[in-house]
Design a protein around this ligand. Sequence first.
Ligand code: 16G
Length: 246
Amino acid sequence: MIDKNSPLPIYYQLENKIREMIDSEELKPGDTLPSERDLSEKYDISRMTVRHAINNLVHEGYLYRQKGKGTFVSQKKFEQNLHGLTSFTEDMKLRGLKPGNKLLNFNTIAANEHVAKKLAISPGDLVYKIQRVRLADDNPIAIETNYISTDLLPDLTTETMATILSGSLYDYAESKLNLKIENAQQIIEASVANDFEIEHLHLEDGDPILLIERNSQLSNGTPFEFVKSAYRADQYKFIIDIKRNK
Ligand code: 16G
């Protein structure tokens, strides 16, 4: 119940209550949340307080609104465990989802200083710049911009590259080119979606995203890729196993 004498704000107590109902599956993905009026009557609190709690849960991705229909419980976030170096295709298949790609851009460009440094090549050297929307069961999850030295993927025409990129890049590199992708470093930071991300990830103004940079290397130490991605923060979470070293 809501405790009006508690030092915890009332909206926060309601948020916790709804969160618990979602975690215990009393409310399941796709269920309709009771209306603002019903919740305010049930807990004897103002509708403004109810709206405050719901807004927060929408921002955190627990709930989503549909115009004219109501507020619903979201699907559980995708969880990616960061102890293995996996590809997007592998991640989605592991979850029983159909991986998909929408190729936004593919061109050969001269590396600028930043990209050259990440790939241990010289500025001006040629790299492929590949930009894809990554889909899970046809829903957009992330926009990925990948830079790879043209030396690593030789003799590709636009057509062959388009076919490769409609599937898994890692699979092509490993099974067709016998490259061994071994290590990666990843940086994750929070941000707010820009117009491009809003358009391609079907987001709204002010929605949060997770920006990820991955630098991966082959077993002989050669940098394989430098990748910048924007993931929908309402759909994705990363899990890290940590160990206390004393
Ligand atoms: C993941 C990787 C990305 C890699 C891609 C290959 C992150 C943040 N990024 O999305 O670096 O290029 O997988 O996927 O995990 P693919 O083999 O399905 O094309």
